[in-house]
Ligand binder design. Structure first.
Ligand code: PXP
Length: 238
């Protein structure tokens, strides 16, 4: 099966913000990613707006022609932004306000009532909801109970362990993916995926629907260019 590549453009916005102008223009970059083959655009607005700004979101919604995915911690402000923008997918991530990057998934058991409420608000207006989880059976089962459409496996630990022991690194992900498929929940994945570890992940995680990749892809684009880089990632997936 084809796995969709959604390009996370936060890092591009970070460069723009560092000079205060509009270079690079993230709207043009999003359009170009799609022209170059990306099947989705992801943004992760954080409360400090250090990369994607809340104001970027409505404009992106207007121009993205593939799949628009907004990820983040469902604070009241974030929830309003997403409900107004109506992306195809919202990925809920339990990142602390000052976190450098997301480093863990939801405890879907502890936060059952909270997640159930947020997910139903998003689904009511037609937004597909994915929740970021670590690869553990109890969290996958918990995701089903809160009625999430999909889970996004946090792949940070996988990426780290892949360097020394790929088989061990992917084992829990393969097991949890099988469970997710059995109980009828879709599978996305993201964090620290790159040209070295992506194909192995895809080959071992059955029915992987989508990956969202930012940091490594934008870094690779410095060397290979954005068009070549997107093609290289697509080649790993399909
Ligand atoms: N998925 C989620 C939930 C994230 O928070 C991030 C980072 O913003 C990513 C995927 C992409 O991770 P990376 O930038 O390491 O590719």
């Amino acid at each position: 099966m084809n796995t969709k590549l959604s390009v996370n453009i936060n890092k591009v916005a970070l460069i723009r913000n560092s000079r205060g102008g509009n270079l690079p223009d993230i709207i043009q970059v999003a359009k170009d990613c799609e022209t170059f083959g990306a099947q989705g655009i992801t943004v992760h607005p954080r409360p400090d707006e250090r990369h994607i700004r809340y104001a970027d979101v409505p404009t992106l919604k207007k121009i993205v022609t593939t799949e628009f995915n907004i990820e983040g911690n469902p604070t009241p402000d974030f929830l309003k932004l997403v409900l107004d923008a109506r992306p195809h997918q919202c990925t809920l991530v339990p990142d602390a306000p000052g976190a450098l990057t997301s480093d863990q998934g939801w405890d879907t058991i502890k936060h059952k009532d909270f997640l159930t409420d947020i997910i139903s608000q998003l689904q009511e207006v037609g937004i597909r909801v994915s929740i970021f989880v670590d690869a553990a059976e109890r969290f996958v089962e918990g995701a089903k109970k809160v009625n999430a459409d999909r889970i996004e496996f946090y792949t940070g630990h996988y990426a780290h362990e892949f360097l020394s022991n790929p088989a061990k690194a992917v084992e829990a992900h393969a097991r949890c993916a099988k469970l997710a498929n059995e109980i009828g929940i879709g599978i996305n994945a993201g964090h620290d995926l790159n040209l070295q570890n992506l194909k192995y992940y895809k080959d071992h995680v059955p029915d992987l629907l989508e990956v969202s990749i930012g940091h490594a892809l934008i870094c690779d684009a410095l060397y290979y260019g954005l068009q070549n880089t997107i093609q290289l990632y697509l080649r790993q997936l399909n």
